[in-house]
Design a protein around this ligand. Structure first.
Ligand SMILES: C[S@@+](CC[C@H](N)C(=O)[O-])C[C@H]1O[C@@H](n2cnc3c(N)ncnc32)[C@H](O)[C@@H]1O
Length: 491
């Protein structure tokens, strides 16, 4: 247990109830500070504070969201004496004439999340515990969320993924090497009235040796660097070893039918083969895998990205040190992304790699479940002829996109795509005629019938053109099934 944080779960639960009753929610904060409230940084708080009215709810936002001190009188008016006491005994604030927050509490959807809050960039302590960061959001969005029995979140930090899993898992274990992360996770479980989260301190999967889980989440400390500065960023392992360990251990700890969603990184020693290592790990996992690559940088760009808190000489020194490290290893590219594993009961496995634009990403958990279900069904079917006999329907909202160019006074198609407008927002190239087939999909009909009736409607197609339409449609439909945009009818 950390010296400043005390996992007094009774006090934390009381504080959570008080905050909810006081209306401390994501909507309320955005109502007071605007839609971009959650993107603000420490330097924005003086301006943000000046937007707030003098109300008890605004006091809570000032104290817990903007992490600014308030008077004891104001805090008591907003939280009651019990609430202020709870802040004191848990160590979330220092209580005197002024109440000085030591932590930030953010409503994230239905969850209240305490953490060290605003980063002080280079001045953060080694055991700093971050809030719901952009990478935490990526992992949240990519986590499949079926109702399950047991889940584990490895490298839990604030505990966010454990808290989210606790809403659809009977029992959740959260592990971390950092005792402050464990203390925050215990406090956060209580703040949310969750009694099904068990915290265990230790490295990676050591605290759950020999145990199996239906869901595994891990936003790993995956940044490859020569440093050991922050426990949330730099693992104790060299190169990209932490990522390999996490993927292989997750596969070992999955139950049949289970899912693991992880954020990791991987090195490439040949820039023409950027995903060789992650593909080898996926193959060795024995699980069906989906690799979603979010970033692919040369070592200098990677170094600049992860040292953006530095300026001037300090930045120059860090860039030199990181570049020398990558040169000595012969690294040409550093990639970051998500790996989702599914342990198929039949043991069959294959990997697919796609790029993912994390800024475009929406909640994709259901899409990912459908994608893995469809991949299993596609391997069962085995051939195009069997696929033609299947019934397939649309499962995600789609946009059909055609680009036309003028030619001799007429418009000709030069480009076309079917785009998912939700989830991972992937797109598949598709001609205008294939788009017609996609638009005609109806899960009551066999694909064969859908393609034939679309060909009839288009009219004037020669036999070999109908054959081409059939082949191209099957390619696009298979791809959309693998992306979880379409689904097989369940017969
Ligand atoms: C990138 S942070 C993710 C935190 C949190 N899960 C989230 O998504 O916001 C990585 C976490 O892994 C933890 N960590 C670092 N090395 C670890 C290890 N060897 N075993 C377990 N956890 C570790 C850090 O303390 C940190 O909480």
């Amino acid at each position: 247990m950390d010296k400043d944080l005390v996992a007094d779960t009774v006090a934390a639960e009381r504080l959570g109830t008080t905050l909810r009753r006081a209306g401390y929610s994501e909507d309320a904060i955005q109502g007071l500070l605007g839609e971009d409230a959650y993107s603000s940084e420490r330097g924005d708080t003086p301006a943000e504070e000046r937007r707030l009215p003098e109300t008890p709810l605004a006091t809570l936002v000032r104290l817990l969201f903007l992490q600014l001190p308030v008077s004891a009188e104001e805090a008591e008016a907003a939280l009651g004496r019990d609430g202020v006491d709870a802040l004191e005994v848990t160590g979330l604030a220092q209580v005197g004439d002024r109440i000085a927050p030591r932590a930030r509490i953010l409503p994230i959807g239905t969850v209240l999340l305490a953490s060290d809050g605003f980063s002080r960039d280079g001045d953060d302590p080694a055991d700093y515990v971050a809030t719901y960061t952009p990478t935490a959001r990526v992992l949240d969005s990519l986590t499949p969320r079926p109702r399950v029995d047991r889940a584990v979140d490895v490298g839990t930090g604030s505990g966010i993924h454990a808290l989210l899993a606790a809403q659809h898992a009977r029992h959740v274990i959260a592990t971390d090497v950092n005792p402050r992360a464990i203390a925050y996770t215990e406090l956060n479980a209580a703040l949310n009235g969750l009694r099904n989260i068990e915290c265990r301190q230790g490295s990676l999967f050591d605290p759950v040796a020999g145990e199996k889980f239906d869901l595994i989440t891990c936003n790993a400390p995956y940044v490859v660097s020569p440093e050991r500065r922050w426990v949330y960023r730099d693992s104790e392992f060299s190169e990209d070893e932490v990522s390999e360990r996490v993927i292989l251990a997750a596969a070992e700890h999955l139950t049949e039918g289970g899912y693991a969603a992880m954020l990791v990184s991987w090195l490439a020693f040949d820039e023409n083969n950027p995903d060789e290592r992650v593909l080898a790990w996926a193959e060795a996992s024995g699980c069906e895998s989906w690799i979603l690559s979010t970033m692919n940088s040369d070592p200098l760009t990677h170094a600049a990205e992860w040292n953006s808190h530095l300026v001037g000489e300090a930045l120059g020194e860090a860039l030199d040190e990181w570049s020398q490290y990558f040169d000595s290893l012969g690294v040409q590219l550093v990639s970051e992304g998500a790996v989702v594993l599914h342990k198929r009961p039949d043991g069959a496995h294959a990997a697919r790699v796609d790029e993912l634009d994390e800024d475009e990403l929406d909640d994709a958990g259901d899409q990912i479940l459908r994608a893995f279900e469809s991949r299993a069904r596609l391997t069962e079917l085995g051939s195009d002829n069997e696929l033609l006999e299947a019934r397939v329907g649309v499962a995600s909202s789609l946009r059909l996109d055609r680009e036309l160019e003028p030619s001799g006074g007429r418009a000709v198609d030069v480009d076309g795509k079917v785009e998912l407008t939700e989830g991972t927002k992937h797109a598949v190239d598709a001609s205008a005629d294939v788009q017609e087939v996609v638009a005609s999909l109806d899960s009551r009909m066999r694909l064969n019938e859908v393609i034939d009736s679309t060909a009839d409607r288009l009219g004037g197609l020669l036999d070999d053109e109908v054959g081409t339409l059939r082949e191209e449609s099957l390619d696009v439909i298979s791809e959309l099934l693998e992306l979880g945009a379409l689904r097989f009818r369940g017969d």
